[in-house]
Design a protein around this ligand. Structure first.
Ligand code: HXC
Ligand code: NAP
Length: 269
């Protein structure tokens, strides 16, 4: 991807990124900042979020961090006030905080199920709901990070499947309710992304990773930058007529097992 696509794309804008002490969301925050936005990042761990914000500032980017659990509406509202006071009206909100682990339903307590639903789904509601009074209107762009589990049932993922399905509906409902204010609400649905905590948990061995790649139409996992660029586009005016969309950035993973190679089949037989 050429650097010209990104350069100055978000100049003068303010972005708030939830769940950004590591992984995909931190890379999205970096993309926003590299494109010219002032960025506020939040996550639970004070130590991790301050280290992440410092990492961005050390590279000459404008960023601040604040410890905040997205399950706590009061804290989320406070974080938006802090961001607004420091940087001004907020143009871009990314909701990506998530928790996940592999467990069968029978190995999951009610609290284990609730914990993931609270982080992913309630957290996304909290972040978007609390943002409203601080958003630049018209023109703000809200982006949620969802997952293929939202539409595809998976074993040992009952909590994440339920939570991310809810995230998709939060996105679509808010797109309808807030469209008249010209607030756009969309989601990016990453497929398996390399070098992330998510895939370390879901495909912990090399063999599991290779098996996963062999089934994907594009035959590889994605990168954090693949998600960063999609989120950058959605946040920019280039996506000004896009709302309520769930954008798959997944190498075609959503369609299931594509391990057969149809290009090698002898079509003459
Ligand atoms: C069964 C488990 C469990 C496990 C925790 N629990 N891990 N149950 N199997 N492996 C249960 C606990 O026993 C407890 O229930 C309840 O869950 C809450 O656990 P806590 O540790 O108290 O919760 P908390 O400190 O809030 O931590 C949340 C967490 C943790 C989700 C459990 O793993 C976390 O902090 N995760 C954040 C990082 C992360 O998950 N990153 C990956 C996101 S990627 P009881 O009944 O004992 O009280 C992702 C990939 C998507 O989403 C898709 C890829 C295709
Ligand atoms: P990650 O590095 O573990 O990122 C999760 C982030 O959420 C961390 O920064 C964590 O920081 C924060 N967080 C967790 N609970 C929180 C809470 N209650 N309040 C505030 N912040 C919280 O995982 P990742 O793999 O990059 O995943 C990022 C996003 O992509 C998630 O939404 C995930 O579902 C989605 N996704 C990932 C993949 C993949 O292949 N990895 C695929 C599809 C979708 P603290 O610990 O400091 O709170």
């Amino acid at each position: 991807m050429s650097e010209t696509f990104r350069e100055g794309l978000l100049e003068g804008k303010v972005a708030f990124v939830a769940g950004a002490s590591s992984g995909i969301n931190l890379q999205v925050a970096r993309r926003y900042a590299e494109a010219g936005a002032k960025v506020m990042i939040i996550s639970r761990s004070e130590e991790k979020i301050q280290a992440a914000a410092k990492g961005l500032r050390d590279d000459g980017l404008e960023a601040m961090g604040m410890s905040c659990d997205v399950r706590d509406y009061g804290k989320v509202a406070e974080a938006f006030s802090v961001c607004r006071d420091k940087y001004g009206e907020i143009d871009i909100v990314l909701s990506g905080a998530a928790g996940n682990f592999l467990a069968p339903a029978l190995g999951m307590s009610a609290n284990a199920f609730k914990t993931v639903v609270d982080i992913d789904l309630l957290g996304t509601f909290n972040v978007f709901r609390a943002s409203f009074e601080h958003l630049r209107k018209p023109g703000a762009s809200l982006v949620a990070i969802t997952a293929g589990q939202a539409v595809k049932p998976m074993m040992f993922q009952i909590h994440a499947c339920a939570a991310k399905a809810g995230v998709n509906q939060v996105v679509k409902c808010l797109a309808m309710e807030w469209g008249p204010e010209n607030i756009r609400v969309n989601a990016v649905s990453p497929g398996p992304i390399g070098d992330t905590e998510g895939m370390a948990r879901l495909a912990p061995s090399g063999a599991a990773a290779e098996a996963s790649k062999s089934k994907i139409p594009l035959r590889d996992w994605g990168t954090k930058d693949d998600i960063g660029d999609a989120c950058l586009w959605l946040a920019s005016d280039a996506a000004r007529y896009v709302t309520g969309a769930i954008i798959n950035v997944d190498g075609g993973s959503e369609f299931g097992d594509a391990s057969l190679d149809a290009t090698k089949v002898d079509a003459s037989k």
